[in-house]
Design a protein around this ligand. Structure first.
Ligand code: MSP
Length: 653
């Protein structure tokens, strides 16, 4: 019987680049909750999607020489794109919204008009600062050291005619919502919002732009596009059919629980409820602001080059292991530091040793002592009662933790049961019982206890590790009706269970050293591949006056001799014919790129009126001209060689 509906959302991701493990973190958490609520019997709607408009995407598409739509299509729908990633990660979203979907675009125009007609949107002039990467407007006083308070990057001056949303009108109601209800979780985020944003005074929000066109046009004022955050936040209701006919699920699923990263809590806990108040739509049930996965102490970010590719990790270690690691290791709500060592260590300890071994030992012994079906009967002892009590306590605590989105605490509970079951094997020593025919009934009960502890654990881990849970059910022969949360009560009397099919280890142990070395090599290669193929020094912006330039005396010179300078990896010593009849010596730092003997006889270009310089104790009288650029991050230098028909000493002008 359905317990009612449950609607959970992830932020919609910017398809401005490939997603990384930080993005996967929020989606996996939302997926685990969606699966958990389904397991509890709720009618679940799980929404994710992509936030495709805005200046940043327009810029990126221009850089790539494609239209913005082509650009986002590739990242969202293309091979190893966002949709593929969620498939790989076993994400069970019911819907996927793209803000370029026609129904959403039409709905945004209606939403904008609605707020305009009710007087909450008005036309004015925007003067202030804009952070392009965050698509956020800031006032001077909000900047931190003159930079964007969210991402710390440069902001630009912005001044244009724009529409504004009367955010200020809702300040008191929002403050009341944050301070006096459980709307924003964890509670620790409330103070930050109230003190940093509401108390200094909520200003009206600029909700249209005219300086770029990749967005939803304001239909009654062409030239204006809707500010991306209004477009983006509304996805949570347009995906249910608000202001459109693509769906009709507002009554069924709204209000939602929104999972969002901490830096976008502001948009979700202040702007979004104010918009909904203006539209007369009930507020979300909750906004949960989770922490960041950091890498080496910093937020993962493409521009910092510290991103971790979820494809690589999932393919290497398995999707379930990766999902488990993220939710087990980092308390939802706090930041966590992602390291490959920690990932491998968690897999080896919790999954290979604890869970994997328990399943392997139990199924191998059950098959060895009883064939692949455990018969009826068995002799119970007091120790079994203790196991049942623990299992029931674990299941109850687990649910209490999952209900407040504390995945790591919930999984800790399950690992208490798994740990207890492993200890139970050592205490009851099935191998010793098996030696005595008279102890067979006890042996049978021991095996059943173990199977039951594993079955209950598998039910509880199924929202986080769906494939692993299914594999375990299959190995133990657990029928469909023994796989629900309703069936999580520890019960040794259940008939028809325990048809045992042992299999390969669920989580083979990982060789830490070897894997780390491999991952490092892959990361180094990825870093190299990510470098621009060709990098050119930016052109000088400062002019040089013609007279000064003409003072430089460029001459054709012929290489008479060339050799390495002793004790220098860099320098070559050139003996040059410069047309004067006297040899000229120039030292040049190009040993890395040329063998000296290859240069003899070449005609080069030298500046001959630079003051002499001493290098490694030798005089250098001038400078040879070369061209420099970078390829895949590596510096390349080419000497300028000119036609050998040009005589030594000819002036270049
Ligand atoms: N498009 C907006 C959200 C609009 S929702 C109406 C956006 N997109 S985003 O792609 O930049 O970020 C999406 C989510 O990913 C955010 O919640 C953000 O916190 C999360 N993460 C990005 N990097 C992260 C980590 N390193 N760790 C955890 N979450 C991170 O913002």
């Amino acid at each position: 019987m359905s317990k009612g509906s449950f609607y959970v959302t992830t932020p919609i991701y910017y398809p401005s680049d490939r997603l990384h493990i930080g993005h996967a973190y929020c989606t996996v958490a939302a997926d685990a909750i969606a699966r958990y609520k389904r397991l509890c019997g709720y009618d679940v709607m799980f929404l994710t999607g992509t936030d495709e408009h805005g200046m940043k995407i327009e810029d990126k598409a221009n850089e790539a020489g494609v239209t913005p739509k082509q650009f986002v299509d590739e990242i969202v729908e293309g091979p190893r794109g966002i949709k593929d990633l969620w498939k790989l990660m076993n994400i069970s979203n019911d819907r996927f919204i793209r803000t370029t979907d026609d129904y959403h675009v039409a709905a945004i125009q209606r939403i904008f008009r609605k707020m305009y007609e009710n007087g909450d949107i008005y036309k004015g002039k925007y003067v202030g600062k804009y952070c392009k990467p965050c698509e956020s407007f800031w006032t001077e006083s909000q900047l931190v050291d003159g930079k964007c308070p969210d991402c710390g990057r440069e902001v630009v001056d912005a001044e244009e005619e724009a529409y504004f949303f009367r955010l200020s009108k809702y300040a008191d109601r929002i403050q009341d919502l944050l301070e006096n209800t459980d709307f924003l979780q964890p509670r620790s985020r409330v103070n930050e919002m109230v003190n940093n944003f509401i108390k200094p005074g909520l200003e009206d929000l600029c909700v249209s732009r005219t300086s770029f066109s990749w967005g939803v046009p304001v239909d009654f004022d062409p030239g204006h596009v809707v500010y991306v955050w209004v477009d983006a936040l509304s996805n949570y209701i347009t995906a249910l059919g608000y202001c459109n006919d693509a769906y009709h699920d507002m009554d069924r699923y709204w209000p939602a629980v929104h999972f969002v990263g901490k830096e976008i809590v502001r948009f979700h806990s202040i702007i979004w409820p104010a918009m909904l108040m203006s539209l007369g739509v009930p507020l979300p049930k909750m906004v949960y602001g989770h922490g960041w996965l950091n890498f080496g102490g910093e937020k993962m970010s493409k521009s910092r080059g510290n991103v971790v590719d979820p494809y690589i990790l999932a393919e290497k270690f398995g999707v379930d292991a990766l999902r488990f690691f993220m939710l087990r290791t980092f308390p939802f709500g706090s930041d966590g530091n992602f390291t490959n060592e920690l990932l491998i260590q968690t897999i080896n300890t919790d999954l290979a040793n604890d869970l994997g071994n328990l399943v392997s030992r139990t199924t191998a012994m059950a098959e060895k002592y009883f064939g692949n079906k455990l018969p009826a009967g068995g002799e119970l002892t007091e120790a079994d009662g203790e196991m049942k009590a623990l299992a029931d306590e674990v299941a109850a605590n687990y649910q209490a933790q999952m209900d407040v989105f504390q995945f790591s605490a919930a999984l800790n509970e399950v690992w208490r049961l798994i740990g207890r079951a492993n200890k139970y094997i050592d205490e009851n020593m099935p191998w010793a019982l098996a030696k005595d025919e008279a102890k067979k009934p006890r042996l049978l009960a021991v095996m059943k206890n173990l199977c039951e502890a594993i079955r209950v654990s598998a039910i509880l881990i199924s929202p986080v590790m769906p494939d692993t849970a299914q594999a375990i059910f299959q190995r133990l022969g657990v029928p469909e009706n023994g796989r629900d949360l309703d069936a999580a009560a520890y019960d040794l009397e259940t008939e028809g269970f325990w048809t045992i099919t042992p299999g390969a280890p669920l989580f083979p142990r990982i060789d830490m050293e070897k894997e780390l070395a491999e991952l490092e090599a892959m990361a180094a290669k990825a870093k190299q591949d990510a470098l621009p193929a060709l990098e050119l020094e930016p052109q000088a912006t400062e002019n040089v006056d013609f007279e000064t330039f003409c003072k430089s005396d460029f001459r054709a010179v012929k290489v008479k001799a060339c050799e390495h300078v002793k004790k220098s990896d860099k320098l070559l010593r050139f003996t040059l014919d410069d047309g004067t009849g006297t040899d000229r010596q120039i030292l040049s730092g190009i040993a890395k790129w040329y063998a000296p003997e290859d240069l003899v006889g070449k005609t080069l270009v030298a500046v001959v009126n630079l003051p002499p310089r001493k290098m490694m104790g030798l005089d250098s009288n001038g400078m040879l001209i070369s061209a420099a650029h970078k390829e895949k991050g590596e510096e390349k230098v080419n000497l300028i060689m000119i036609d050998d028909a040009i005589p030594a000493g000819a002036k270049l002008c």
